[in-house]
Design a protein around this ligand. Structure first.
Ligand SMILES: [Fe+2]
Length: 572
């Protein structure tokens, strides 16, 4: 049974193929189109998925779309009527696009040559399925929280066996994701793209604006809330904020304007409000589910800073955050929901279909040494070929220990926003100036922190984690660095003393072996890991893209498959 899952038209379009409940392949459109967060219909991603799975569109049994377009259209129409006449211009501008594509998803999928049944799974149910089915839990509380799906902005659920039961839903326009994005826009960053920059900036500020934010959002004890729409512009569609918002919080920052203390204070304040809503909601969810296992998903669940505090601020003891928590991951969720629920309907095996835990996100393309070598030759690069993986690991770990910055391209690419050691730029986590160097290479703002990949068995020695041997494979949690390790991890400790953590174990293959070898040379079981891309670009997917970035930057070495390329030994 082959299921094609699709997400599109909001942000992070993606496609995946699920075979008998297992994800065979999943990839975001941006990796091929090279448009970051590409929201177009994922033709290229679908094409790649079919090729990777060695199948054709005719052999796909079901195509699944990650939301219900007509319900979404209903919300847009209703909002238009309520905000008339202010929303007329953006509505008229957007309507042809809707008529041409968005309410004709079915026709678009059929145009691919697909003739069988198409299912449309509600957006938040797709998010719930994406985090529950791959989790290690038979029973769990589920929170889905994002900007908006059709109507829903927050969902409280219970997962049990293969069932996902809705408990409570919060609707548009009361949206934590949209509130956070309003501050993203006001601070001169890109909505649906730069929210994590606010999260990084928050550490430099003080929550001076919390009271003022409380005046535009009324938060109840159960975490539900009402936004004061007088201050917000996203319903009308012109801008996320309006004049009243600027009167309350100060003038909006222009994208290239210097970042000041006020901007950091605003970021810190919205982070604090986000955490207040998050933890009140989670505590309420615990009180109605009485399970200490939690699955989290939706764009807001990418807030790793808040996620790291769940263990202290709520009774949850085990937390699984799906690595691709944004809308690309909902393509996987919609396909899994179809497998576990819709296709099991009426069958005796309902609730018995075996679940498949997801332990890594390496679902994209891969290139053999035989494919990589001609590409290196095409670019006229001098390279060294390692005979064995041991040689490759030893040499790379040695280079890292000497302070070299390495572009690391191995195995299948990662699905979701984080590079998890297959399309990464790596360096040692100390001294502090490794951070500056790497930020310059990536052309990023200096305030932005880096994540660390640490041997799972060592995580509790370096970070304030809730348990020994904590499993945090997708970089979805920030934890405090232990005081006696701050110097050793100086390049990855953020100014609030935290670090976004990826634990690595044998499931990470070559990357685990690399961190282990680095540990045996330096005594530090952790390396700085950042995505292999430059500011504003999607992560590299192919060897050619990796080489292009290598040319554009001052990365010292490129290690791709069994090949090592050194800067300065280029022929051109
Ligand atoms: Fe979403």
């Amino acid at each position: 049974m082959l299921i094609l899952g699709i997400s599109a038209y909001y942000h992070d379009s993606a496609a995946c193929i699920v075979k008998d409940g297992r994800i065979i392949v999943a990839v975001e459109e941006e990796r091929f189109s090279r448009i970051k967060h590409d929201n177009n219909f994922p033709y290229k991603a679908i094409d790649f998925c079919l090729k990777y799975a060695a199948t054709t569109i005719n052999e796909i049994d079901y195509a699944i779309y990650y939301e219900k377009p007509l319900l979404k259209f209903e919300r847009i129409l209703e909002t238009f009527v309520e905000t008339w006449p202010f929303s007329l211009t953006p509505f008229l501008k957007g309507i042809p696009e809707w008529l041409d594509y968005k309410i004709k998803i079915e026709a678009t999928i059929k145009k691919l040559g697909f003739k069988k049944q198409i299912f449309f799974i509600p957006h938040h149910l797709s998010h719930a399925a994406a985090c529950f089915y791959p989790s290690p839990f038979g029973k769990a509380a589920i929170l889905t929280i994002d900007g908006v799906g059709e109507w829903q902005t927050t969902g409280l659920w219970k997962g049990e066996g293969n069932s996902i039961i809705p408990l409570k839903l919060l609707n548009f326009p009361d949206s934590l994701g949209l509130l956070y994005s309003t501050f993203t826009a006001h601070l001169g960053f890109k909505v649906n793209e730069d929210e994590y920059k606010l999260m990084g900036l928050a550490a430099y500020g003080k929550p001076m604006f919390v009271n003022k934010i409380h005046s535009i959002v009324n938060i109840k004890d159960d975490g539900s809330f009402k936004l004061n729409l007088k201050y917000l512009g996203f319903r009308e569609g012109f801008s996320m904020y309006n004049k009243r918002f600027e009167e309350l919080f100060g003038k909006a920052r222009k994208p290239e304007e210097k970042i000041t203390k006020r901007h950091a204070d605003l970021a810190s304040s919205i982070q604090q409000i986000t955490e207040e809503i998050y933890f009140k909601t989670l505590n309420h969810l615990y009180s109605i589910t009485k399970t200490d296992k939690l699955c989290l998903n939706g764009g807001v669940a990418l807030n790793a800073l808040a996620n790291g505090k769940i263990y202290e601020r709520t009774p949850f003891k085990k937390v699984y955050v799906f690595g691709a928590a944004g809308d690309s991951g909902a393509a996987i969720g919609s396909a899994l929901y179809t497998h576990y629920v819709i296709l099991s309907e009426g069958s005796e095996s309902k609730n018995l279909a075996k679940r498949n835990k997801i332990t890594n996100h390496y679902f994209g393309s891969e290139y053999s040494n035989e494919q990589i070598e001609p590409i290196l030759k095409k670019y006229k690069l001098k390279y060294k070929k390692f005979k064995t993986e041991d040689e490759l690991i030893n040499k790379t770990a040695k280079l890292l220990s000497q302070g070299k910055i390495v572009g690391w391209f191995q195995g299948r690419s990662e699905f979701g926003p984080r590079a998890l050691g297959n399309r990464s730029i790596l360096c040692k986590p100390n001294p502090r100036n490794m951070k500056t160097k790497t930020n310059i290479i990536k052309r990023r703002e200096q305030f932005r922190p880096f994540a660390g990949s640490i041997l799972q068995e060592k995580v509790d020695e370096y970070f304030e984690v809730p348990e020994k041997n904590l499993w945090s494979p997708f970089m979805t949690f920030c934890f405090k660095v232990k005081k006696n390790k701050i110097k050793e991890l100086a390049a990855i400790v953020h100014s609030d003393g935290t670090c976004r953590v990826q634990t690595v174990n044998q499931k990470n293959g070559l990357y685990y072996r690399l961190v282990k070898q680095f540990y045996s040379i330096t005594g530090t079981p952790c390396i700085l890991n950042t995505s292999f891309n430059l500011k504003g670009e999607p992560i590299v997917e192919t060897p050619s893209q990796a080489i292009e970035d290598f040319f554009k930057t001052k990365i010292d070495y490129l290690v791709m498959g069994n090949f090592l390329v050194k800067r300065g030994l280029l022929n051109n």
